[in-house]
Each structure stands twice: as C-alpha cells, then as structure tokens.
Ligand binder design. Sequence first.
Ligand SMILES: Nc1ncnc2c1ncn2[C@@H]1O[C@H](COP(=O)(O)OP(=O)(O)OP(=O)(O)O)[C@@H](O)[C@H]1O
Length: 252
Amino acid sequence: MALLEVKNLGISFGGLRAVDDFNISVEKGQLYGLIGPNGAGKTTVFNLLTGVYKPTRGAFSLDGVNLTGKTPLQISKAGIARTFQNIRLFNKMTVLDNVKVGLHNQKKYSLLSGILHSPSYFKEEKAMDEKAMELLKVFDLDKEAAFLACNLPYGKQRKLEIARALATNPKLLLLDEPAAGMNPNETAELMETIRFVRDEFDIAILLIEHDMRLVTGICEEVTVLNFGTELAHGKTEETLKDPKVITAYLGE
Ligand SMILES: Nc1ncnc2c1ncn2[C@@H]1O[C@H](COP(=O)(O)OP(=O)(O)OP(=O)(O)O)[C@@H](O)[C@H]1O
C-alpha cells in the first residue's frame, strides 16, 4: 500500500468542478510532482489533503488511516504538513518561534501547566528550543534564530517555512510552488534542499511547481492536472513528452 492513497477525490464550488475524480498514489520516500496550467486545481488538491476544504466526493488516506473529512489539526497530527504558494510565516515572530509553532502540535504539558509555568512546562519548552535549533541548523538558519522572520531574505524565508512544516514531524510534505520567485541559483540550491529533506527526514514529498527544471530535476513521477481532472501521470520525463501534456500545459 502506498503512503498516500487518493481515490476519486472531488470538490465543486457552485457549478465549478474545481477537482474531479482525482487519484494519486505516493510511495514512502517518493518525490512526486503535481503540475498543470494555472487554475487546473493543484492548490485545491492541497487544500483538500490538508482539511482546509472538505471533499464533495472521494476519499484519501495516509499510511492506511482514512483522513477524509478530518480537520486540519487532525491531519497535521496524522502526518501531512505543507508550505504555501505565498509564503505564510509569522512575520513578527522570531525565526526560532516560527519553528516552535510547528513543534507545538506535539507538546504534552497541559494548558494549566502552561498558564502556571510549572516545572514540566519549562522542561518541555527547553526541549522544544533545542529541537527547533537543531532544525534551524539543518537549514543553516541557526545564526538568524533571533531575527524576525520578516527580516530574512526571500530564499531563507522559503527554507524557514519548510523547517516549520518539518517540525510537525510529517510523513508527507506538500510544497506549493517552492521555487516561485527564486532566481536560478536559489532554485538549484532549493533542489538540493528538497532532496536532502527527503533523505534526511525519510519522508515523501508531493510538490506543485511551474518550474520544469525543478520538476524534471527532482520529481520521479508526476501527475498532470487540467481543468480539475488528470490529463496524464507517470515517470516525469516520459509524461512531459506526452503530446496532450505539451498541448495543454506548455501550449505548443
Ligand atoms: N474557495 C474557492 N471558491 C471558489 N472557487 C475556487 C475556490 N478555490 C479554488 N477555486 C477555483 O478552483 C479552480 C482551481 O484553482 P487552484 O487555485 O486550485 O488552481 P491551481 O492549479 O493551483 O492554479 P495556479 O497554478 O494558478 O496556482 C480555479 O478556477 C479557482 O478559481
């Protein structure tokens, strides 16, 4: 059984079938691309898989656990984390605290311990500080731990968003256009980072991307969406040569 199994997933907004009969299987440790023209339904798929939208049809499961209709918090705890097309950091919080927000879904102390600042609260907060610093080191962000997130350069903000997502200890990471707004050097570095994250954290990554260098460079398989439905799927290079994909996606 694949890590992520999506069967016949769909959602309509009024009369528009934004995603229809969508199927995908992502294996453990796989780097998988979800591509397609603007408005094809890619981000809507992510919103369905993270519980932001409830599907009108179909089902999905992670590691055999049915997550259809669950809340974003339940899905995060089950092991799906994401980043956003437009970076969504807590800009007025420090780099360290942004990562600690991700860790807080695993905290064990009670609300009362937090309010009373009990010894267990301090012990766990200290452990979280250490864990957050370890994650920041992985992304070479430890020296900026005390900076406000908004003061980081763009490429580092993208990395911080990935670090925060990883702090939730996911089995599957969803990256929504991670290379958006990056120059070729930053994109090349990002590709290394994504490969490293997959290997180091032993997770699967499903990513939406318009930058075909990144898609061909790191995705083993792709699914192409068009008008909310699958146009093609398979090994990346072969699928991108499919004439229907070229016509629909590359406009040739
Ligand atoms: N909450 C919503 N209400 C109404 N329509 C929506 C909603 N969310 C998405 N849509 C519509 O669903 C369709 C798919 O949008 P989506 O953002 O998923 O596309 P996309 O493939 O991610 O596009 P892009 O590559 O431009 O980011 C679009 O027609 C969009 O307007």
